[in-house]
Design a protein around this ligand. Sequence first.
Ligand code: SAM
Length: 279
Amino acid sequence: MPSPREDDPSFEPLLEYVENSLHFQTSSYNDAYLDRRISARMRRRRVDEYDEYHELLQEDEDEQQELLDALSVNVTSFFRNPEVWEALRDVLRELSKKGSRRDPIKIWSAACSDGREAYSLGMLAHDDSQIDERRIEITGTDIKREILRAARAAEYRASETNDVAEQLDPIGNWERYVERDDDVFRVADAVTDMVEFKRHDLIRQDPPGTFDLVVCRNLFIYINAESKRAVFETLGSALKEDGYLTIGMTETIPPSCRGQFEPVEKRLRIYRARDDQER
Ligand SMILES: C[S@@+](CC[C@H](N)C(=O)[O-])C[C@H]1O[C@@H](n2cnc3c(N)ncnc32)[C@H](O)[C@@H]1O
């Protein structure tokens, strides 16, 4: 079986085809990630060479769809990395202490996938007496329209790879916020009403507003250095004064963007906007 061969001269034309004809922006992602996903499809189709796979792709519409599905990674869960959510509880308590009871607390779940991250924020707010859930407004955004449809539907099915009840464990008494019907879990209206979903491209668009907390986790692992800098610029400009940012636990801020954010909980990747004079 082929090993990663990003320097193979047939790799680039294949990526160009995927970008220009299938409209998946390969140029924003890192080559190692693209190679892993493409090579997995090649193994499934028992093809060894990129140029051979390129030809197959041009002729086979089903394979085009399979590849597009393989390239978009939507893996997510409720309360992913529970220790981060305990720290976010403190952040939300802190934000609840600020401002008047009428001031909204605005939160952006950026690259939210099927909405479980945004709904986890809503449940956390309901679950804690020191957080005023009536003030909280959550915006969930993702580049993929289909995944946003799933997010709005707010129904999640347990499967062999996906134990929804276990994911909800960190909140305790989760039955207050999620109705269970056999293996289907539906998030209650009290939580879904707090969240609005919109399509948004983090690499190419300005932020959809300004926020007290921005949660943007597990996207940076797939994108290349240039896109990463573009996204951090966008996230930085989306934060209100003293606003908080959380990124994925294995992700890092590029050195050229670090001046904008000061660590609050470095290990858990929680930061705060530095005010302009400090930058
Ligand atoms: C692995 S999921 C992360 C979901 C969630 N934030 C979490 O940590 O569980 C990555 C998401 O990023 C989305 N995505 C990829 N490129 C994007 C872009 N340029 N703008 C916005 N979302 C993007 C994908 O559609 C996918 O839903």
